[in-house]
Ligand binder design. Structure first.
Ligand code: ATP
Ligand code: MG
Length: 565
């Protein structure tokens, strides 16, 4: 097992695990560890969320603690049940199970009561200004804010107004409830933040019961406290909110959950924001949240990514306090490493060129033995049919090959994997001059792929027998973005101009070896020399196979071509 495996004991501890370990050692909360993963159900989970899931569920597992799944569903406008269901599927697929399932919306009654507690303590007030006005009084890092003219309303008046807000007496925007903290605080978040706003909108769980909804800051810490979460782990953008998180907990005198912040995962050549991903879906730039080009967990799954590869990526990038950009290659390599050990090998030809073995008997078929996985002897062997007419990859023949091209050319000899040495005698062209078929001869003495006289060939090609081949569609994917990061896109440009127009290439008429007929979605296969592939979970059928390329292998020839410019 590589030492960066998440379950590995040798993995160095990150700063959050150090804190948790120290708290456990000190007997804080009786040595109990309780974390939570708190998605807002306003989109599908992406690979960034996987980092948070691995961290929260991983810590609970490693310290014998618990991890809750809590839907942070306080914004009625953007949240849907579809997302709630998909998020649960994705977490389970990634290999984690929550101890308790909660919805922040289940705490609306409790939160309302706590808001009244703060009003009675003189620590919250109803402001009747617009959000615009409130924003304009906030001040800057160098200038204090200005106090609202309603700041000194009495607790009685505030309570009355707040109850009437809840009763639905006022339209959206007429009032907000604000915490009364310090308009001159060095922390902008502490300048009387909004706790509640009026929204006459039905909620996916509470229906029409509420027309006031608590803000994130008045929900999150209290939800943690209600669930007695010990370590509330979130991403760095919430560092600013930290003092407010503590302030509500202290002033409500509730369970002292503690917040810790770590850096988000960012990957090159993709986007990691639900808002932007939703834009792609709505505008049909992709086929849906599960489009194999999407960085969503359902997209990656459909593409052929495994939970192991994603967990390994998360373990490998680690947990720090510094924002950084991880190269997509790291994710791709995590998948290659995983599938190299597990995926069986098969032969498939994506861009077929017909080869006729002129000295092979007509109408004969023989079964040749092929190894399913050289990395795993227990995967066994299979037989592959060989006959007079075959397909090879169009790229594997060049009429006038340069020096380092070790594949087929006129008069050259190569090995057909698991089969024979063949020599190209003639390239047959159509009227337009395009090569339509090769005439080759084979050496019967080389059956199995070795010459008894010890003669060597430099190239080994994959192939499929024409008569036995399955026809298939194969989808090849490239990066979603043509730029490394949206940071490279100017302010006044549409970020969608950075989408890679060549992110999908669909090939039809591909030829598969017949044993691929039985492969089901969810199984990964290495097509020899071409990469790892999986049947498309939506469009694949036995009659009309559709395979997605999950990731390429490393291609030596492409590298040489690049070097030669
Ligand atoms: P987005 O910005 O993509 O909409 P979000 O932060 O709004 O994401 P939430 O549903 O609020 O999405 O996130 C749930 C949890 O996942 C939060 O604790 C959040 O910090 C964490 N998370 C979101 N994106 C990332 C990321 N890229 N890397 C690590 N953790 C993330
Ligand atoms: Mg969010």
């Amino acid at each position: 097992m590589p030492h960066n495996h998440p379950e590995s004991a040798e993995r160095p501890r990150d700063f959050i695990r150090e804190i948790v370990a120290a708290d456990v050692a000190a007997g804080l909360h009786g040595g109990r560890v309780h974390t939570r993963f708190p998605p807002e159900p306003n989109g599908y989970l992406h690979i960034g969320h996987a980092k948070s899931i691995c961290l929260n569920f991983g810590i609970a597992r490693e310290f014998g603690g618990k991890c809750n799944l809590r839907f942070d569903d306080t914004n009625p406008a953007t949240e849907e049940t579809e997302y709630v269901d998909a998020i649960q599927d994705d977490i389970r697929w990634l290999g984690f199970e929550w101890d308790e399932l909660h919805f922040a919306s289940d705490y609306f009654d409790q939160l309302y009561e706590w808001a009244c507690v703060l009003i009675n303590k003189g620590l919250a007030y109803v402001d009747s200004q617009t959000l615009e006005e409130i924003r304009s009084q906030r001040g800057t890092l160098t200038e204090p804010g200005r106090e609202s003219p309603h700041r000194n309303r009495s607790p009685g008046e505030n309570l009355d107004l707040f109850q009437r807000m809840k009763a639905g007496e006022f339209p959206d925007g007429a009032h907000v409830l604000r915490a009364k903290i310090d308009m001159a605080s060095a922390h902008l978040i502490m300048r009387d933040p909004v706790m509640y706003r009026i929204r006459h909108a039905p909620h996916h769980r509470t229906g029409d019961k509420w027309c006031i909804y608590p803000m994130y800051d008045f929900t999150h810490g209290q939800s943690d406290a209600i669930e007695k979460v010990t370590h509330s782990i979130c991403t760095l953008e919430f560092e600013n909110h930290h003092p407010l998180y503590d302030w509500f907990i202290e002033n409500l005198e509730i369970f002292p959950s503690q917040q810790y912040e770590f850096a988000r995962l960012n990957l090159t050549y993709t986007v990691m924001s639900k808002r932007k991903l939703l834009e792609l879906v709505r505008e049909n730039r992709v086929t849906g949240w599960d489009d194999p080009r999407m960085p969503t967990l359902c997209g990656l799954r459909r593409r052929g990514y495994t939970p192991e590869a994603i967990r390994n990526l998360c373990a490998q990038v680690g947990v720090t306090k510094f924002n950084s950009l991880t190269d997509m290659v790291v994710l791709e390599n995590a998948l290659r490493n995983d599938l190299n050990k597990r995926a069986e090998r098969r032969m498939a030809v994506l861009r077929p060129l017909k080869v006729v073995i002129t000295n092979y008997p007509d109408g004969e078929t023989e079964q040749l033995e092929a190894i399913n996985n050289p990395e795993d002897e227990s995967a066994g062997k299979r037989s592959v049919p060989f006959s007079k007419v075959l397909y090879i990859e169009r790229d594997d023949f060049m009429e006038d090959p340069p020096k380092k091209f070790f594949r087929l050319g006129p008069g050259r000899e190569v090995r057909l994997r698991y089969a024979y040495f063949i020599t190209c005698q003639e390239a047959i062209k159509d009227d337009s001059g395009e090569i339509v078929e090769l005439h080759c001869t084979y050496d019967p003495a080389t059956r199995g792929g070795d010459a008894p006289d010890g003669r060597k060939v430099k190239g080994t090609l994959h192939w499929v027998s024409a008569e036995h081949a399955l026809d298939a569609e194969v989808r090849l994917y490239d990066h979603l973005l043509k730029v490394e990061s949206l940071g490279d896109v100017g302010e006044d440009e549409d970020w969608k101009d950075a989408l890679n127009p060549n992110s999908l290439e669909t090939l039809t008429g591909c030829k598969l070896e017949p044993s691929l007929a039985d492969v089901q979605p969810g199984t990964s296969i290495q097509f020899e020399r071409l990469g790892y592939f999986t049947p498309d979970s939506v469009d694949h059928t036995a009659d009309k196979p559709v395979f997605n390329r999950s990731v390429t292998l490393k291609d030596a020839w492409a590298k040489i071509q690049k070097k030669q410019g």
